[in-house]
Design a protein around this ligand. Structure first.
Ligand code: SF4
Ligand code: SF4
Length: 188
């Protein structure tokens, strides 16, 4: 009786091994005959969906300084920040941003009045840096936004330590342009 049991078990073992081999061969054949289910990153990149929520970008020209985004942010990573006056000589209120504390929830984008449309998501997946904390002044955030668009930064994580000098340089230009507009407005 025991001998018969061992024989059945061995036969069943051989059968399941054969099934496993057939399944593996089928998977290899499928892989060879059909397109690959993976991409050869970083040489190939997937299309990101339209509603992908990447690193937030900020159009400083469109911001009306209402602060709705600041109130909406559950992580407290947006701050109202004074800056150059507006063209109509009103106090300039802009928004600073801490990208290292953002969780990409998008609540600030929803809160931003459509008439302004100053906030949106880029397709930059994340910001990486040796620094534990990054705080962008409004003009730095606007500079990152412009550079991301111009340089087609998307899909990847951006090594911020390598691009920081570009952001700072552009931020200076943006702030200067705002100050010039403010002083032109004051003269009117
Ligand atoms: S996406 Fe969310 S966490 Fe990030 S700044 Fe906006 S509200 Fe705050
Ligand atoms: S909600 Fe939009 S318009 Fe209002 S302060 Fe924030 S970014 Fe600017």
């Amino acid at each position: 009786m025991e001998g018969k049991f061992v024989e059945v078990r061995q036969r069943w073992g051989r059968r399941t091994n054969a099934l496993g081999v057939l399944k593996s061969m089928r998977a290899v054949a499928e892989y060879l005959l059909h397109s690959r289910p993976t991409t050869l990153y970083p040489f190939e990149k997937n299309e990101l969906p339209e509603n992908f929520r990447g690193v937030l970008v900020y159009d400083i020209e469109k911001c009306i300084g209402c602060g709705a985004c600041v109130l909406a942010c559950p992580n407290k990573c947006l701050y109202r920040t004074p800056g150059p006056k507006t063209e109509r000589n009103k106090p300039g209120i802009y928004i600073s941003f801490e990208p290292t504390h953002c969780m990409f929830c998008g609540l600030c984008v929803e809160a931003c009045p459509p008439v302004s449309g100053a906030l949106s998501h880029s397709k930059v997946v994340s910001i990486v840096s040796e620094k534990k904390r990054i705080v962008w002044q409004p003009w730095e955030w606007a500079a990152f936004t412009q550079l991301a668009r111009e340089k087609g930064w998307e899909y990847d994580a951006i090594d911020y330590d390598r691009v920081e000098h570009l952001v700072k340089e552009r931020a200076e230009q943006i702030k200067k342009a705002l100050e010039e507009k403010a002083s032109a407005g004051a003269k009117k």
